[in-house]
Design a protein around this ligand. Sequence first.
Ligand SMILES: NC(=O)c1ccc[n+]([C@@H]2O[C@H](COP(=O)([O-])OP(=O)(O)OC[C@H]3O[C@@H](n4cnc5c(N)ncnc54)[C@H](OP(=O)(O)O)[C@@H]3O)[C@@H](O)[C@H]2O)c1
Length: 320
Amino acid sequence: MDVKHLFQALDKNDCLLYTLVIIWRYADMDTSLAGKTYVVTGATSGIGLAAAEQLAQRGANILGVGRSAARCSECAAKLEAQYPNARVAYLVADLSLQAEVRALAQAVGEQLAAWGLKALDGLINNAGTFTSWQTLTPEGFETQWAVNYLASFLLSQALMPLLQAGPQGRIVVVSSGSHYHTKLRWDDVQLRRNYNGLRAYKQTKLADVLMVAEMGRRLGPNSTVRAFAADPGLVNTEIGLKGTNGLARWVWSLRRGGGISAEKAAQGIVFLATEPAIQVSQEVYWKHGRPQAPSPHALSEEAGRRLWEMSLQMTGMSLP
Ligand SMILES: NC(=O)c1ccc[n+]([C@@H]2O[C@H](COP(=O)([O-])OP(=O)(O)OC[C@H]3O[C@@H](n4cnc5c(N)ncnc54)[C@H](OP(=O)(O)O)[C@@H]3O)[C@@H](O)[C@H]2O)c1
């Protein structure tokens, strides 16, 4: 029986009731994230702040991460005022330091416990940086490698038990279309000998996609946790105005004008973190909610294994 005949067979009151139930179900399915909890790194500006806002708007619990205590307080207050139905907490961590990434994972667990929760629904590894100059962290890593790649690897592993504790866990790593234009220099992945800011940035973004592909293989098709890499496109943010020299700032101030808004870019990332229909997808790399072929270098199983082992060594972890 089709819907028209079904409705004809029902009396007026039944029709009204079923219509209301259908509207309520679809409205609820489409938008509400009430009861779900997401960690968003780099949630103090640009794409990360926009993603945190979109998740909060749909009623999710937000654990935002930023490196500045003042900006974290400001963003937390803004989200709380705008979205009173969402629970919001911001945690301060400089993700260039592994010690702070580990402390952050601990703090996430503590905040979940304080909210009476045992699981995390998603982790959005969005924090990123571009530096014109070669800078080493106090732990001895090149800064872009530490923030854009290694922190995402370490935080994903540290939060994996909490992501596995829920019915469906998501890891989204914000990569970039710039990953297509490079290869990993295995003998010097941090470009210590011959540093170039843009080359270093592209390498970290390729490493992000390689990591997601390898994580997917290691988790296997039956895992409740899925990992996706996101390409946000060219986005009008201030990333190229921080930690850069005058020429790079000038180039970025012209280039970013052709980009999309952070809000638009965040939609594709929130989709990857929340859309139930893609839970079974084996696609690795997505742009604006659509799967794309990544660079062939990102799909090399040998390279994925090699990077994984190198990352374990760099973070002092031992995983199966
Ligand atoms: N904009 C683009 O066209 C574009 C294109 C492709 C990919 N992406 C990627 O998109 C992501 C977001 O970038 P965006 O464009 O939105 O830039 P953004 O506005 O500068 O946002 C970057 C975020 O990361 C945070 N961050 C930087 N270094 C950190 C550290 N050491 N510890 C903790 N947090 C740190 C920043 O904190 P502060 O607020 O304190 O600066 C900020 O919240 C990055 O991964 C970027 O590589 C951007």
